[in-house]
Structure formats: structure tokens, C-alpha cells
Write a protein that binds this ligand. Sequence first.
Ligand code: ZN
Length: 85
Amino acid sequence: MAEIVKNKKGFKVMKMNLPEINYIGGFGICDWCGNTSTEGYYIAVLNQWYCPKCYNEWYLRATYYPEDAVIENRNFINMQNLLEP
Ligand SMILES: [Zn+2]
């Protein structure tokens, strides 16, 4: 089951492995660098899946904007529903 990643900046992030990505119709291709990966991170505020390297780089430069929370929550709930219908 996809694991919710706690982080100090408060982003909603889910760690997802390849079977989970395949299950929701993805191919395990990082939305940032385009490389394939067997695990990665779904970033709800972006509605994108990043490989671990790109996730770490994104996290360092990302700023949390409270006004994005509505969209972020909606994306996150949608993804949880896809994974656990
Ligand atoms: Zn990447």
C-alpha cells in the first residue's frame, strides 16, 4: 500500500512503487526527468510523480503555499481513491 510521506514543509506526498503506479495506469516514468524508476513520489500539489532523485531536488527548492491546499487535497484524495477503490 502506498505510504504517506511526512515532511516538514507540509506537502502531501505519497511514496509509490512500480506495481502501484502500473495499477493506476502509469509506467513509472518520472514527470520531471523522464527516466524510469521502480519507485517514486506522488506530489499532490503538482499532480505529478517524481523519481527519488527529482523528488529530493524538488523538495529542497519547493515552497508551500497555503492557497494551493484545496487543489492539493483534491489531487491527494483522488489518488487515494484510485489506489483503494
Ligand atoms: Zn526524475
